[in-house]
Design a protein around this ligand. Structure first.
Ligand code: DQQ
Length: 584
């Protein structure tokens, strides 16, 4: 009897599992960097829930968004295209949505510029970039998906009417596709063309992201007329065990100053940057190196490594980024997609929206030549409203105080901390040497008492700290140097019980020399469900998405804390409530 019971219940379990997988296989198709929920792709929002919508980050009125595409400046107008699902709030039905702006802050949403319709993009119009050709004609290169197996080609689109200041309509000429993968290329991993740059030989070049046997690749193509493209013998760069390289971005940076350079810039005192979005873990990594124009190869500097041990543009939720040169202000600007972290697709359906773009950042090379610096574009400051300021406030061990007088759910805050000695820095456990910064942050957190730190901001906090997202520094003494950890920890960000919610203790190290300058600065852009932070003037950036239940709107609070035994001085603190830009 017992035997029968067991086998019958096992049989029941098998039937259950079988049915479960049948159902699941209809719902989820795991592909590339997006989970695909086939049955939810076209369920439109019943209503758009406002509670966690951002106030000053880029968002369309509803639905799903992902990668920023083809950002450009053309005849006085900034254009941002982005991957968008017009029918629902999970990934699917992707078109190129199009918005325009005069200041990168206030936006007008236009009709989608590109949508699947032709043989060469019938199954998808995926990411790509813009190039302004020398006769001042913009052209977009994008990835078309040509069958239900996700086979990919590269297409182009041009404005229908150059005298329309907003370039509303785009044409996909019939001589598309421009580039089809040859036999050596995995056709389902062949996408996201870069902005083109021109070499001394007058040939245009682009890079397309790809992978062969888990080796990530930046495939190089050349063209004289932008129509006929030939694959170069070697990729521009490739690296083993890094998986598919999505949304590559390749650009020069100046060794002399913070100005940006056009992709085709050729001259002295320049380094190059190759950024890849790693499909395996969905973070954006970059290296700094030398572009050997004779061999048409990019060689990362010795200390600049490819893959997940390398440098990240942002140590938080930031993916598929793309930069462009802004001739108006002579700067390079990077946009990145910040996905939701709130759990299952059901949540997105209920919210009626998913995904935002991070605040556009000016990007340049650090004087050390070893890393990039990123800083929110200056135009963001036009949204600053009520301000509070304080100077020279001391915070001894265990002290914290509230920053009052501004809206803590929508704020821009800049703090400069100083301390008189490094003596109390805690020991860096040698066992942590192989861990990611994020793991060390998970071990040490913001509440475990330290020596020099943890100190920083408790953002989106409820009055009694049931919820908060701390953004803070902890300084460690390692064998040869000091290690400065910067964390943005979502562990206690919400009271909401949801197993599927992603609450990472995002962190990165900050490459600063504290021996001479005993100071650390922090800027955080707090916007309802996003905390976007810039450590040490933009050396380390971390973006967290969080979903407080109590710390919303007027019930959100902002604190400064010190849980280290070394007293910290707040040299200056400036904080502003942030206004809502026009986005219609
Ligand atoms: N998203 C696009 C692809 C790209 C990926 C599809 C990165 O082109 O590789 O929506 O997020």
């Amino acid at each position: 009897m017992e035997l029968f019971m067991k086998s019958s219940s096992l049989w029941g379990l098998e039937i259950y599992l079988f049915c479960f997988f049948i159902v699941l296989s209809n719902i989820i198709k795991v592909f590339a960097s997006h989970n695909i929920f086939l049955d939810l792709q076209s369920s439109s929002a019943i209503s758009v829930k406002n509670v966690h919508r951002t106030g000053f980050h880029f968002q369309p009125p509803k639905n799903w968004i992902n990668d920023p595409n083809a950002p450009m400046y053309y005849n006085g107008v900034y254009h941002l295209f982005y991957q968008y699902n017009p029918k629902g709030s999970v990934w699917g039905n992707i078109v190129w949505a199009h918005s325009v702006s005069k200041d990168l802050i206030n936006w007008i949403h236009l009709e989608p510029a590109i949508y699947p319709s032709k043989k060469f993009d019938k199954y998808g119009a995926w990411s790509g970039s813009a190039t302004i050709l020398p006769n001042n004609k913009p052209v977009i290169l994008y990835t078309g998906v040509v069958d239900s197996h996700d086979s990919q080609v590269q297409n182009y689109a041009i404005p229908a009417n150059l005298s329309d200041p907003f370039l509303r309509k785009w044409i996909k000429p019939n001589n598309n596709p421009l580039i089809v993968p040859d036999n050596s290329i995995n056709k389902t991993e062949f996408r996201d063309p870069t902005t083109a740059w021109m070499g001394q030989d007058g040939l245009w070049r682009i890079v397309i992201g790809s992978m062969r046997k888990h080796r990530g690749m930046a495939l190089l193509y050349r063209s004289r007329d932008f129509i006929k493209w030939a694959k170069a013998q070697h990729p521009l760069h490739s690296s083993p065990h890094t998986g598919n390289w999505e949304c590559p971005d390749f650009f020069p940076v100046s060794l002399k100053n913070t100005n940006g350079l056009d992709a085709s810039y050729r001259g002295k005192n320049v380094k190059h940057v190759l950024k890849n979005s790693l499909d395996v873990n969905r973070f954006d990594y970059y290296t700094i190196g030398m572009y050997d124009t004779k061999k048409d190869r990019y060689i990362p500097d010795n200390n600049s490594i490819d893959g997940s041990k390398g440098l990240r543009l942002d140590y938080g939720n930031f993916y598929a980024s793309k930069s462009f040169y802004d001739p108006m202000k002579n700067r390079r600007i990077v946009w990145g997609w910040t996905n939701e972290s709130d759990g299952l697709p059901d949540d997105e359906i209920k919210k009626g929206w998913a995904g935002i773009q991070a605040i556009p950042r000016k990007v340049w090379l650090d004087p050390s030549g070893k890393q990039l610096i990123q800083w929110p574009i200056e135009e963001l400051e036009t949204l600053r409203k009520q301000k509070i300021q304080l100077n020279n406030k001391k915070l001894s061990k265990g002290e914290m105080f509230e920053v009052e007088g501004i809206s803590a759910s929508q704020a821009d805050i800049e703090v400069s901390f100083s301390f008189s000695s490094l003596n109390k820095a805690e020991q860096f456990d040698p066992k942590w040497a192989d861990l990611y910064a994020q793991d060390v942050c998970a071990i040490k957190g913001s509440t475990i008492q330290g020596g020099l730190g943890p100190f920083g901001l408790a953002t989106l906090a409820s009055k009694n700290l049931e919820e908060y997202t701390p953004v803070f520094f902890r300084v460690f003494k390692a064998q040869k140097n000091y290690k400065v950890l910067m964390c943005s920890n979502a562990r206690r960000s919400t009271m909401r019980q949801n197993e599927a919610m992603y609450k990472p203790s995002f962190a990165g190290y900050v490459d600063v020399d504290l021996v001479d300058m005993k100071k650390l600065s922090l800027r955080s852009l707090i916007d309802n469900s996003v905390v976007e932070s810039f450590g040490a003037g933009g050396k380390t950036c971390i973006t967290s998405r969080v979903y407080p239940m109590l710390a919303i709107h007027n019930n959100a609070h902002l604190f400064v804390f010190n849980n280290g035994s070394e007293t910290i001085t707040i040299e200056t603190l400036n904080a502003w409530s942030m206004d809502v830009p026009k986005m219609h």
